[in-house]
Write a protein that binds this ligand. Structure first.
Ligand code: NAP
Ligand code: MG
Length: 402
């Protein structure tokens, strides 16, 4: 069989531990035999980040801006224990944080659905994608512990010295105060990323805040989304026969529970943090959650939502067999290959990505799966396979399909 050709490289960001092992096997078994894989390789493994003083992470993000599509392996975010373990020069920042700051994006998380693993919420049949705003609010707050009676005020001093003052509360006794902010620019980027992604997936977009209570803060989010929608997206949404729908966060929660899924749910930073864990768990497993960072000017970085699966890696190092789930990593690759194919007009690449996803799902639905899924699947006959064994089984299914 002739290998599929690529024109423009994918930005490939390698990572750490068990996911680094999966990365190599997955390429060897499922990609290189079929595709003349063209990537610009960046090793974001912790050793290389330390060696380059983290410049490699910045370079990888800049390359993503240049080429538009990246695929990233899970990476260690160092803590004190990792600094010791890897003898690091310093406690380097989270690579995902660095990349997000450069690309200014929104993170979309979508579960992979397979027969035999039932969502805990009965009506859910299609995946629900959570779009989480990744800037500001409670994550960049200022807090104060009030120790006794006194007055708290909200003061804004403009550049020309003009002041606006409002009383927050006249305290008679102890209490707490918090100040937080967001930026129109960041909210606009968030809105555009969500509208673009909804058009990409041809799925309805829901957005929810608490604007009835937060009449300025949350209402500004609502207004900016609405303005941008009317200006730039209404026509496109109507042509694609999809809907933009705004509702209160509590109403959204109730509606999501009753829905069959199949929509994108845009959430403010905190709501997205909470709801993405709820949605992931209710769909079955963190190992089945994909994640993509979409920048407002149309760059895509695909990855798995889980980490480097350290516990499995230590077992692997001790020569013990592992059964780590590679689905989310596989979908990061297929997402990136499909996007590259779409942008470059290579239909074969788009088709291959679809076939590989189908083959992996079919393998699980035929009863062959890694341990985490075998533990929750309700299929009558199941076979638990090793990390590499699973990839080899997917290859068998894929070769039958081709
Ligand atoms: P984790 O790697 O997601 O793993 C936590 C546990 O979830 C695992 O021990 C395993 O449970 C289960 N699990 C996760 N992915 C799995 C998979 N693919 N197959 C089977 N089971 C899976 O989280 P962590 O252990 O908290 O973090 C490990 C490292 O990853 C940390 O250094 C952290 O900084 C990094 N991290 C990176 C990213 C990223 O790059 N995006 C995200 C999160 C964490 P059992 O042990 O019960 O089998
Ligand atoms: Mg969280």
């Amino acid at each position: 069989m002739k290998k599929i050709q690529m024109n423009v490289p994918l930005v490939e960001m390698d990572g750490d531990e068990m996911t680094r092992i999966i990365w190599q096997s997955l390429k060897d078994i499922l990609l290189i035999p079929y595709i003349d894989l063209k990537t610009e390789y960046y090793d974001l493994g912790l050793a290389k980040r330390d060696e380059t003083e983290d410049q490699i992470t910045v370079d990888a993000a800049m390359a993503t801006k240049k080429y538009g599509v990246a695929v990233k392996c899970a990476t260690i975010t160092p803590n004190a224990q990792r600094v010791k373990e890897y003898n690091l020069k310093q406690m380097w920042k989270s690579p995902n944080g660095t990349i997000r700051a450069i690309l200014d994006g929104t993170v979309f998380r979508t579960p992979i659905i397979v027969n035999g693993i039932k969502p805990l919420v009965i009506p859910w049949q299609k995946p629900i994608t959570i779009a989480r705003h990744a800037y500001g609010d409670i994550y960049k707050n200022v807090e104060y512990r009030v120790q006794g009676a006194g007055t708290a005020e909200l003061v804004f001093t403009s550049q020309n010295g003009h002041q606006s003052r409002q009383i927050i509360h006249d305290f008679q006794d102890k209490g707490v105060i918090m100040g937080m902010h967001n930026l129109d620019g960041s909210i606009e980027s968030f809105a555009r990323s969500c509208f673009n992604y909804a058009l990409d997936l041809k799925q309805d977009l829901w957005f929810s805040t608490k604007d009835t209570i937060s009449k300025i803060y949350d209402h500004t989010f609502k207004d900016i989304f609405q303005e941008i929608y009317e200006q730039d997206y209404r026509g496109k949404f109507e042509a694609a026969q999809i809907e933009y729908f705004y509702t209160l966060i509590d109403d959204a929660v109730a509606r999501v529970m009753r829905s069959e899924g199949g929509m994108i749910w845009a959430c403010k930073n905190y709501d997205g943090d909470v709801m993405s864990d709820m949605v992931a768990t209710a769909f079955g497993s963190l190992a089945m959650m994909t994640s993509v960072l979409v920048s407002p000017n149309g760059c895509y970085e695909f990855e798995a939502a889980h980490g480097t699966v350290t516990r499995h890696y230590y077992k692997h190092l001790q020569g013990e067999g592992t059964s780590t789930n590679s689905m989310a990593t596989l979908f990061a690759w297929t997402g990136a290959l499909r996007k590259r194919g779409e942008i470059d007009g290579i239909q074969e690449l788009v088709d291959f990505a679809g076939k590989l996803e189908k083959a992996s799902i079919k393998t699980i639905e035929n009863g062959v799966m890694p341990r985490d899924l075998a533990q929750i699947s309700d299929l009558a006959s199941k076979q638990e396979v090793s990390t590499d064994g699973f990839l080899l089984e997917i290859k068998k299914t894929l070769d039958e399909m081709i």
